[in-house]
Design a protein around this ligand. Structure first.
Ligand code: FAD
Length: 431
C-alpha cells in the first residue's frame, strides 16, 4: 500500500473517523468542512456496540463513555400505559453490554480532539459544490468556483444532503423536534433507559439521557417530539402552550422538561430521509456515512453505520494492492449490512411515525407481545444494537469489552450524581 493523498469532505462522525484511521496508516489526509471551525449540529444520539467497536480500535471508547450515558434498554408505552417497546441489551447475553446515549457535541469533541492532536490538515469555510476528475485523480470544486489540488481519493462524508450525490434528499412525511435539556432529577425518569410514549403512531415523545458535555456540566437529555413536516408551521403558529398541553396529555412526567422550554427556538426541527446513493463508488471517490445511505433514526444506527463505513474504507485500502480495489473491498464488506438496515428502517419507521392507525395496531397487538418471547427478544436486541447481520466479524472488529468498561461507566454515573447535587443547574444553549 503506497501512501495516498486523500481529501475527506465533511467533519461528521464518518469524516473524522476516516481521517484518523487513514492518517494513522500513513496517508496524507486533508479534511474539508463548510464551517470555519468544525462543529456538530443537533442534539443527542445513541452509540451502539457497532459504533463503539470502531471507537474502541481508535482508543476512544473510554473517552466517549465518560461523556455519555450507558443505556440498558429502550422502552415505549402507548397512551393506555401498555408497554409496546421493550428492547433490552441484556437479551444479547453479553455481560454488561449497553448502548451509549451521547450528545452529538461530545462525540464530535472526542473525535475532533484526536484529529487535532494528530495534526491532520483542516480547511475550514470550504463550502463544497462538486468534484472534478482528471488523469485518475479528483479535485474538490467549491461554491465560489475555486478548486483544490488533485487528490488520489476524495471521500464524500458530507452527510444526507451531500451536493456530491446525484440522489436528492427527499424528506419523509414525519420528522421530529429536538431539544437538549437538563436531566430531570428525581422525577421518575430512569437514566439507563431511552423512553418513549406514543399515541398510535401519530404522536411520539421521547427522552434520551446523553450524559455530560464536559466534566463541569450537569447531566443532560435529548427530548424529542414527532411532528409531520407539513405541520411544522401550524406548530409554530399554535404557540408553545398548546403544544405543551399535548405533551402533558401523553406523558405528564415531562412537566419538569417542558418547564425548561420557553421559546420555540429551543426546539430544532429535524427532517429525515431514506436515501441510498446509486453509486457509492466512482473513480477516485467513495461515499461513506449518510452521504452513502441515510435513514430515519427509528433504529438509531446512522452514526454507527458511518463509523463502520470509515473503518471498512481504511481496512480495504490497507489490504488491497490498488486504491480502486481497496474501495471495492470496502463497499463489498459494508453493502449487505447497509442494505439490510435501510430495508429494516423503512419497515419499522411507520410503526412509530405514521398518520395511519394500522401500523400502531400491529405494533401494539402483534409485535409487542411476540417481542418478549425468546428468540424474538434476542433478535430485537440484535436489531437495536446494529449487530443483526453480523457486521463486525468480516471487518475484523469485535464488540468492546463491556466488563472492562464497567468501572468507567459506573464511576461516571457516580461522579455525575455527586456533581449534579453540588452544582446549581446551568443554562446551556439548545443545539
Ligand atoms: C434527529 C436525529 C437523530 C439521530 N439519532 C441517531 C442515533 O440515535 N444514533 C445514530 O447512530 N444516528 C442517529 N442519527 C443519524 C446520525 O446523526 C447520522 O447518521 C450521522 O451524523 C451521519 O454522519 P456523517 O458523518 O455521515 O454525516 P454528518 O454528521 O451529517 O456530517 C456531515 C458533515 O459535512 C459537512 N458538510 C455538509 N455539506 C457540506 C458542504 N456542501 N460543504 C462542506 N461541508 C459540508 C457538515 O458541516 C458536517 O460536518 C440521527 C439523526 C438525526 C437527524
Amino acid at each position: 500500500m503506497k501512501p495516498y493523498r486523500i481529501a475527506i469532505a465533511g467533519c461528521g462522525p464518518a469524516g473524522l473517523a476516516a481521517a484518523l484511521l487513514l492518517h494513522r496508516q500513513g496517508h496524507d489526509v486533508t479534511l474539508f468542512d463548510r464551517f470555519e471551525n468544525p462543529q456538530p449540529l443537533g442534539s443527542g444520539l445513541m452509540l451502539q456496540p457497532t459504533g463503539l467497536a470502531v471507537l474502541d480500535r481508535l482508543g476512544l471508547t473510554e473517552a466517549a463513555v465518560r461523556r455519555g450515558a450507558p443505556i440498558r434498554a429502550l422502552r415505549g408505552l402507548n397512551k393506555h400505559g401498555r408497554t409496546v417497546l421493550d428492547a433490552r441489551y441484556a437479551d444479547l447475553g453479553r455481560p454488561g453490554i449497553f448502548g451509549l446515549g451521547i450528545h452529538r457535541a461530545s462525540l464530535f469533541d472526542v473525535l475532533h480532539q484526536e484529529v487535532t492532536r494528530a495534526g491532520i490538515a483542516f480547511v475550514g469555510g470550504a463550502v463544497i459544490a462538486a468534484t472534478a476528475s482528471a488523469s485518475g485523480k479528483r479535485a474538490i470544486v467549491f461554491v465560489d468556483g475555486s478548486m483544490s489540488d488533485p487528490f488520489d481519493l476524495v471521500v464524500d462524508a458530507l452527510g444526507a444532503r451531500s451536493p456530491l450525490s446525484k440522489r436528492a434528499f427527499s424528506p419523509l412525511p414525519f420528522g421530529a423536534l429536538w431539544a437538549t435539556v437538563q436531566w430531570p432529577h428525581n422525577c421518575g425518569f430512569d437514566e439507563q433507559l431511552l423512553e418513549q410514549r406514543y399515541f398510535k403512531a401519530e404522536q411520539m415523545v421521547g427522552v434520551l439521557p446523553t450524559g455530560r458535555r464536559d466534566p463541569e456540566d450537569n447531566r443532560e437529555a435529548s427530548f424529542f417530539w414527532s411532528l409531520r413536516g407539513d405541520a411544522y408551521q401550524d406548530w409554530r403558529d399554535g404557540g408553545l402552550e398548546a403544544w405543551k398541553e399535548q405533551v402533558r396529555a401523553l406523558w405528564p412526567a415531562c412537566e419538569p422538561i417542558l418547564a425548561q422550554i420557553s421559546t420555540p427556538e429551543q426546539l430544532v426541527f429535524a427532517r429525515y430521509s431514506h436515501r441510498t446513493a446509486r453509486q457509492p463508488r466512482e473513480p477516485a471517490l467513495i461515499r461513506i456515512g449518510d452521504a452513502w445511505h441515510s435513514a430515519s433514526p427509528q433504529l438509531g444506527q446512522g452514526a454507527n453505520m458511518a463509523l463502520l463505513d470509515a473503518w471498512a474504507l481504511a481496512v480495504g485500502i490497507e489490504a488491497a494492492p490498488s486504491l480502486a480495489e481497496g474501495l471495492r473491498l470496502a463497499f463489498g464488506w459494508r453493502s449487505g449490512h447497509v442494505a439490510l438496515y435501510q430495508a429494516l428502517t423503512a419497515a419499522f419507521t411507520p410503526l412509530y411515525q405514521s398518520s395511519a392507525s394500522f401500523p400502531a395496531a400491529i405494533r401494539d397487538r402483534v409485535l409487542a407481545p411476540v417481542s418478549r418471547l425468546w428468540p424474538v427478544s434476542k433478535i430485537q436486541a440484535l436489531l437495536v444494537t446494529g449487530l443483526f447481520g453480523a457486521p463486525l466479524a468480516e471487518l475484523g472488529l469485535a464488540v468492546p469489552d463491556y466488563e472492562a468498561l464497567a468501572p468507567t461507566a459506573s464511576s461516571t454515573s457516580a461522579l455525575a450524581s455527586g456533581l449534579s447535587q453540588s452544582n446549581p443547574p446551568t443554562t446551556r444553549a439548545t443545539s
